[in-house]
Write a protein that binds this ligand. Structure first.
Ligand SMILES: NC(=O)c1ccc[n+]([C@@H]2O[C@H](COP(=O)([O-])OP(=O)(O)OC[C@H]3O[C@@H](n4cnc5c(N)ncnc54)[C@H](OP(=O)(O)O)[C@@H]3O)[C@@H](O)[C@H]2O)c1
Length: 295
């Protein structure tokens, strides 16, 4: 099923709404109908950016549309879907979708009372500036779940603007979203821990940044090129238990919380090292003892 010729309302036209709205308006994937933000000034500004649509001040000023995107902050999505369901605007077969990575589409269950379909499509991308995001959207992977009939239409609309839709399990949505948090946000946090460890060792922060620049970039590249197990280097890959023991002791003396991080990630690295197969079974067993919690 395709989206062409279907009309689209947008409730919550901020960074994501503006970006998708403009791309869909320009590609003809949807005809943009009404746009509703919290203030009419914001709705007008969004319509100017999108280059199509009609700004409205309140939900009861909206007209019906085949599809409605709710792109408010996550906390407002259930409440907006309930208000939309109560408005009488929805018709059997209309599709309501949101773009949250954290919430399943069933958070909009209220819309099903009118026979509408609930869908969620989460673009795995950081949206910060719609003027730039419209240029970089193509190639974005989009995790999709919800009512099958509606999914076809919404995934088609994302694919028409260069998105790559893939199916996700709504019951695993928290884990699915945590995965991106770990890879992006925690990688940033982990780099900060490494930089602080350099400064604790007497290396100025600026110098630490210069030191890690090539090795951090190369490490990320290696993971993509050869996979995590083969990309692992260092004492745990070599099975050098004495080095790991003295590093863990030094970390514990300085910062027990960071030492715990070192130990937990060390245990993950140990499994990668097993898979890589460079270290001897004896050295792997010694590492396993050192990295145990109760040691
Ligand atoms: N930003 C990202 O990187 C990103 C990435 C993937 C998915 N997402 C998802 O996309 C959705 C939108 O995020 P965003 O970053 O685009 O948010 P945003 O930039 O903060 O925009 C939210 C918009 O919603 C409007 N709004 C808030 N409450 C409303 C209500 N009760 N009724 C009508 N409009 C309301 C706001 O209106 P005003 O302008 O009047 O305040 C604003 O225009 C979220 O579900 C988020 O999880 C975001």
């Amino acid at each position: 099923m395709t989206s062409t010729e279907k009309s689209l309302n947008i409730i919550g036209c901020g960074k994501v709404g503006k970006t998708l709205g403009k791309l869909w308006a320009e590609s003809g994937a949807f005809q943009i109908n009404d746009v509703l933000n919290r203030s009419i000034e914001s709705s007008r500004a969004a319509v100017r950016f999108v280059g199509a649509g009609r700004p409205v001040a309140r939900l009861d000023r909206m007209s019906a549309a085949d599809v409605c995107l709710i792109a408010t902050p996550d906390a407002s999505i259930p409440e907006c879907s309930r208000a939309l369901a109560a408005s009488g605007l929805l018709r059997r077969g209309d599709i309501v979708f949101h773009c949250s990575g954290a919430l399943p589409s069933r958070e909009m269950a209220a819309v099903k009372g009118s026979g509408a379909l609930a869908v969620s499509v989460h673009p795995v991308k950081t949206f910060t500036d719609p003027a730039l995001d419209v240029e970089t959207f193509a190639g974005t992977h989009c995790g999709a779940e919800g009512d099958a009939e509606g999914l076809g239409v919404i995934c088609d609309a994302f694919e028409r603007i260069g998105g790559n839709a893939f199916r996700i399990n709504p019951d695993s949505k928290s884990l699915y979203h945590a995965a991106s948090v770990i890879v992006c946000n925690y990688l940033t946090a982990l780099m900060e821990v490494g930089i602080q460890t350099f400064t604790q060792a007497g290396v100025p922060r600026e110098t630490a940044m210069q030191i890690i620049d090539p090795i951090a970039r190369q490490t990320v590249q290696n993971v993509f090129d050869v996979g995590a197990a083969r990309a692992l280097t260092g004492p745990i890959a070599r099975g050098d238990s004495e080095v790991v023991d003295s590093q863990l002791t030094a970390m514990r003396e300085w910062n027990p919380a960071y030492a715990e991080l070192y130990r937990l990630l060390g245990a993950v690295a140990l499994e990668l090292s097993r898979e890589q197969g460079s270290a001897s079974a004896e050295n792997l067993a010694a590492l396993s003892r050192i990295l145990r919690k109760d040691r």
